[in-house]
Design a binder for this molecule. Structure first.
Ligand code: FAD
Length: 188
């Protein structure tokens, strides 16, 4: 009688221990989900935080032809500086993220591969400043000057960056009936 009861107890204990071990085993596989990256839109965000899409290798091959390279460069800088000049002074987080991604993809896809390679080192050291129009415009002027220096071109005075690319000038010029320098617009 005693031995049968003891046997039942041992069996019950064995079942409990096995159940407990099984629960621990299953729980070891149930990892919590990985944290979802939070995009704050702050300037501290970098291309690396946004994965390989924005920080990957330059895509275009070497351009070589110096004339094409210079024409392309003039047009590209014009697009970049004008984009910064027309960016909101108080952008939303979404708009900041859009500009940051645009600059990084602009670099990756820039049709002169050797220029893009060099510009990636500039972006790594000086990530795009997207907190406001003025910050973006000053940043654009500064990185253009870094390229200028490398190519032994004169430094541009960044204090005048607003006058050079701000199309508020167009509206004032229209009132005076003078010709406009932004986007080649003609006076009415
Ligand atoms: C992202 C990028 C990377 C490049 N990398 C290379 C490279 O590695 N090797 C290479 O040979 N070429 C490179 N280029 C092209 C090069 O920068 C020039 O565009 C090209 O040599 C033609 O020079 P440019 O003297 O006509 O004047 P640009 O430098 O093209 O400038 C055009 C005009 O912009 C104004 N400007 C000048 N500096 C500034 C500034 N700091 N801020 C605002 N406005 C300014 C001036 O009015 C100037 O006439 C690159 C271009 C870009 C956009």
């Amino acid at each position: 009688m005693f031995s049968t009861r003891a046997g039942h107890r041992i069996l019950l204990l064995a079942v409990l221990v096995t159940g407990f071990i099984s629960i621990l085993y299953i729980a070891s596989f149930a990892q919590p989900p990985p944290p979802v990256p939070v995009r704050t839109g702050k300037d501290s965000s970098t291309a690396k935080n946004n994965g390989p899409l924005l920080s990957g290798h330059a895509i275009a091959p070497k351009l070589g032809n110096e004339t094409v390279k210079a024409e392309l460069g003039r047009a590209a800088w014009k697009v970049l500086h004008t984009t910064f000049a027309r960016f909101p002074e108080k952008p939303t987080d979404d708009e900041k993220e859009a500009l940051r991604s645009y600059v990084h993809l602009f670099q990756r896809l820039y049709p002169c591969g050797e220029c893009a390679e060099h510009f990636s080192t500039v972006l790594e050291k000086y990530p795009p400043q997207v907190s406001s129009r003025s910050a973006a415009a000053m940043w654009g002027c500064m990185v253009h000057n870094i390229v200028n220096k490398r190519l032994h071109k004169p430094e541009f005075n960044c204090e005048n960056i607003g006058d050079a690319y701000d199309c508020g000038v167009v509206r004032r010029a229209r009132v005076l009936g003078a010709c406009c320098r932004c986007f080649g617009e003609l006076p009415r």
